[in-house]
Design a protein around this ligand. Structure first.
Ligand code: NAI
Length: 330
């Protein structure tokens, strides 16, 4: 098939080219949206990532350009209007699982860095400042960790935290038997808010989970709670979180995703002014660590994403629709 890859970076090109032998693939750096959709003309499929905007206008334009397949090289698909895709007759597929370890281990990296102030210690040592004041951490052992969403990543994360001797509780509308086998108890969400020393989000962004973390849920949390989000930015009402940081209700915040990240992440913006005042405020707290959507970014994950994406395209091209990871609106 003739495939246009959007939001492409050199690492995407490297791994996709390694996995591909038969398709004619062109790599475009811009995000796919209603302004850039003309680039897709002459292709049969587009391959997209988390910050491409596949809204109704873009999908209609894709259909008119002759596109029949949108293949997402990620697990989340909250940026695709699935109903519009269906009415355009465009098939949407994704990579449901590539490396749950990559994301779960990144969540752990954020937790340990925040707890032991590694980001601050790194800077102090560079400045010949070996004072410890302000760097006091806590033992992870015996702390209570609440896991919201126990699919592939949440389950992997829960197992890791058990390994540190934490008490792990979970919330998910659909219980995962693998997680129950670990002896992890599912609790109502209110209990998770009130019991957890550390909260980690691993559920998808859907209408029911948008701003799951808001002033009401924060109000039910322990004072000084650590909040980790490696899932999707929209799960958090960022302004409410900033207020809670100012009141010291949230004691630590680790983010790999941000509500308005599409204008910021994955690009070198160091020569531009930062115009997002909310994000700018977030960056001023010394108990906040932000990474730019890099939790998935391991060699193993990139290789698995590329092979699964090419497999999806192969199967679509040969009419094996049952064998591709379809995403449907219902
Ligand atoms: P998954 O589909 O295996 O698991 C998601 C779980 O969330 C399911 O068990 C589901 O029942 C649960 N869930 C649904 N609605 C919920 C709700 N209202 N409250 C609590 N749980 C709910 O997905 P997976 O692979 O574990 O990924 C989780 C999320 O991680 C993805 O949706 C994606 O947004 C994010 N992600 C982030 C990456 C990064 O680089 N930062 C990379 C890959 C995924």
């Amino acid at each position: 098939m003739k495939v246009a890859v959007f939001s492409s970076k050199p690492y995407d090109e490297k791994y996709i080219c390694q996995a591909n032998s038969i398709h004619e693939i062109t790599f475009f750096e811009p995000h796919l949206n209603s302004k850039t959709v003309a680039l897709a003309s002459g292709y049969e499929a587009v391959c997209c990532f988390v910050n491409d905007s596949l809204d109704s206008d873009t999908l209609v334009a894709l259909k008119n350009a002759g596109i029949s397949l949108v293949t997402m090289r990620c697990a989340g698909f909250n940026n695709v209007d699935l109903q519009a895709a269906e009415s355009c007759g465009i098939t949407v597929c994704r990579v449901p699982e590539y490396s749950p370890h990559a994301v779960a281990e990144h969540a752990l990296a954020l937790i340990l860095s925040l707890n032991r102030s590694i980001h601050r210690a790194y800077n102090r040592v560079r400045e010949n400042d070996y004072s410890l004041n302000g760097l006091l951490g806590f033992d992870m052992y015996n702390k209570t960790v609440g896991v919201i969403g126990t699919g592939k990543i949440g389950a992997t994360f829960a197992r890791i935290m058990q390994g540190l001797g934490c008490k792990v509780f979970a919330y998910d509308p659909f219980k995962n038997p693998e997680v129950e086998k670990l002896g992890i108890e599912y609790l109502p969400i209110e209990k998770i808010w009130s019991e957890s020393d550390i909260l980690s989000l691993h559920c998808p962004l859907v209408p029911a989970t948008r701003h799951l973390i808001n002033s009401n849920s924060i109000g039910q949390m322990k004072k000084g709670v650590m909040l980790i989000n490696t899932s999707r930015g929209g799960l958090i009402d960022t302004r409410a979180v900033i207020d809670a940081l100012k009141q010291k209700h949230i004691g630590y915040l680790g983010l790999d995703v941000y509500e308005e990240e599409s204008e910021l992440f994955f690009d070198d913006n160091s020569n531009h002014l930062l115009l997002d005042d909310v994000f700018a405020r977030l960056k001023t707290f010394n108990n906040v660590i932000i990474t730019g959507h890099q939790a998935f970014f391991t060699e193993e994950a990139l290789s698995a994403i590329a092979s699964a994406t090419i497999q999806n395209i192969d199967n679509f091209a040969s009419g094996k629709l049952d064998d591709i990871h379809l995403v449907k609106s219902k």
